[in-house]
Design a binder for this molecule. Structure first.
Ligand SMILES: [Zn+2]
Ligand SMILES: [Zn+2]
Ligand SMILES: [Zn+2]
Length: 233
């Protein structure tokens, strides 16, 4: 649970604005020990405030640039950067805390609710997608250019990672894979049974040049071989 930097009151998990003193809290980059702001501003603008986004180097595994709005504290990640940041920042989680995951804030409760916003790169309306399973975070995603997180959402994703949300997601994906495999096997068996059912009628031993063929539907090679055997006897 994070506390307000202004009055120390506990911050609600679904917001970065303190309910007591009203100050806006910068909670997202607290987990990151060191980062620098680049001098050059990016040409991209905040989809909420339309102010220029500031480029930030998180210095993870070398240079790791993301963009941030100084006003609303929203963050823009290029494709896969967010996943990388979560994996690099939250490690050594081996258990799934189901209780904690069940108590993640309900979807859609942040201060912007369900307003669709434009991608800072191509200005197309972004999709709103649930991040992972039970993260309680809906991110705005442009398939081509990346993901927008509103202020506070990154903190929620860190919490989700710590509670084993990623593990739960992997578990579910494994389960899904197994179920898909079972379903495929079932379909294959069903198809096989149909073939077999049709085959019963034809599977009467078949005699050719005095030899009984096991295969009721011999191919040319088999016929020729049987003929050769017959004539060279
Ligand atoms: Zn406060
Ligand atoms: Zn903004
Ligand atoms: Zn885009």
């Amino acid at each position: 649970m994070a506390n307000c930097s202004g009055c120390s009151a506990p911050l609600p998990t679904d917001s970065i604005t303190c309910e007591y003193c009203g100050s806006r809290n910068d909670v997202d980059l607290k987990n990151i020990h060191y980062y620098t702001t680049h001098q050059c501003e990016s040409k991209r603008t905040c989809p909420r405030c339309e102010l220029p986004l500031i480029t930030i180097d998180l210095k993870l595994n070398g240079t790791f640039l993301i963009e941030r709005c100084d006003d609303c504290l929203g963050l823009f990640f290029d494709p896969n950067e967010l996943e990388t940041l979560l994996e690099v920042t939250v490690t050594n989680v081996f258990t799934i805390d189901k209780g904690r995951l069940d108590n993640t804030s309900p979807l859609n409760k942040n201060e912007y609710s369900a307003i669709y916003i434009k991608c800072p790169v191509c200005y197309k309306i972004m999709n709103r997608v649930n991040f992972g399973i039970k993260s309680g975070v809906i991110v705005d995603r442009c398939k081509e250019h990346g993901v927008w997180l509103d202020g506070g959402e990154l903190r929620n994703l860190f919490e989700w990672m710590k509670a084993g949300g990623k593990l739960l997601q992997q578990e579910r994906e494994e389960q899904q894979k197994k179920e898909d495999q079972r379903e495929q096997d079932r379909l294959k068996r069903a198809a096989q049974m149909q073939t077999d059912a049709v085959g019963v009628r034809e599977d009467v031993p078949f005699t050719l040049f005095g030899s009984t063929l096991r295969n009721s539907d011999p191919d040319l090679f088999e016929i020729v071989q049987t003929a050769i055997r017959f004539f060279t006897r």
